[in-house]
Design a binder for this molecule. Structure first.
Ligand code: SF4
Ligand code: SF4
Length: 273
């Protein structure tokens, strides 16, 4: 899609903020690479700084707090209240795997408009937890979206694509219009880059995002506009099947598989030139 500048701002669908890298589950093909990463969480003040840098330049309809598993953040309320205070988007949502719904306190519910709950398996115990959570959410008029996740897209390639193939994968990939995100001073059109950086390092992914701090607003607006309308692929696309990725049944990775996969992804990153 083509992004327009309207009254000095770029209207977008949504903006994600990934507040933790870690998760209690180890899903194969997790697009956040959580099973391969060390635990890490974002400081609420940093989140505020990032959102303020984009406020007025981007106009997302929805700000999504995601992870990893965001309910594992040590101060979820502070994260949500900081995100809400910036008022970058009219709606605030949280995406969770539903394992720790009791961590979403009434104070958190008061701040939220939507919660997306991914359901991986339905144990009888989970059913009763869900039932009481539905009641609490209703009390605070929070809309719940249930996402049955019995399949996952296999985004990772076993070998790097050529630059020409990566270009056509990027151009047909719908994800870079749906998964805009910001973290640690960088805006991304696709979330995979921020996790590849955490897994492997800054190089070769530096130009896959836009640095948003210490740049004049007008110059930054032009930079983000150009970036969102780019046709050349990200370096991250060389490792990815994009929007055409095949579907695989949901399964959890063993410790051994996590170690092996981490080594494979790192080796591919090393080969990007
Ligand atoms: S629950 Fe979500 S974040 Fe956690 S491993 Fe599975 S896909 Fe990744
Ligand atoms: S193909 Fe590129 S833009 Fe699309 S999901 Fe993969 S890394 Fe992101």
């Amino acid at each position: 899609m083509y992004y327009h500048i309207a009254q000095g701002t770029i209207p977008t669908r949504a903006l994600e903020y990934h507040v933790v890298n870690h998760c209690n589950l180890t899903c194969d093909h997790c697009c956040s690479y959580s099973p391969l990463l060390s635990p890490s969480e974002v400081d609420p003040d940093e989140l505020t700084q990032d959102l303020h840098a984009l406020k007025g330049l981007l106009k997302p309809q929805l700000l999504k707090i995601v992870g990893g598993e965001p309910t594992l953040h040590s101060n979820l309320f502070k994260i949500l209240s900081s995100a809400k205070a910036v008022q970058i988007a009219p709606q605030l949502s949280l995406t969770t795997n539903g394992c720790f719904l009791d961590r979403i306190t009434d104070e958190c519910l008061m701040l939220l408009d939507h919660i997306t709950i991914s359901v991986y398996s339905l144990e009888p115990r989970q059913k009763s937890i869900f039932k009481s959570f539905i009641k609490r959410a209703k009390k605070f008029t929070v809309i719940l979206n249930w996402k049955i996740q019995d399949t996952f897209s296999q985004m990772d390639r076993g070998e790097l694509s050529t630059r020409a193939d990566a270009e056509s994968i990027f151009q047909s990939c719908w994800i870079h219009d749906r998964c805009h995100s910001v973290r640690r001073g960088v805006f991304y059109c696709c979330t995979r880059t921020q996790y590849l950086k955490d897994l492997y390092g800054e190089t070769p992914f530096t130009d896959d995002g836009v640095r948003i701090r210490d740049t004049r607003q007008e110059k930054l607006l032009q930079k983000i506009h150009k970036y969102l309308n780019r046709t050349e692929p990200l370096n991250s696309c060389r490792l990815c099947y994009g929007g055409q990725a095949p579907l695989r049944p949901h399964r959890l990775l063993s410790k051994k598989e996590q170690t092996l996969k981490k080594a494979q992804v790192k080796e591919l990153c090393r080969c990007i030139t």
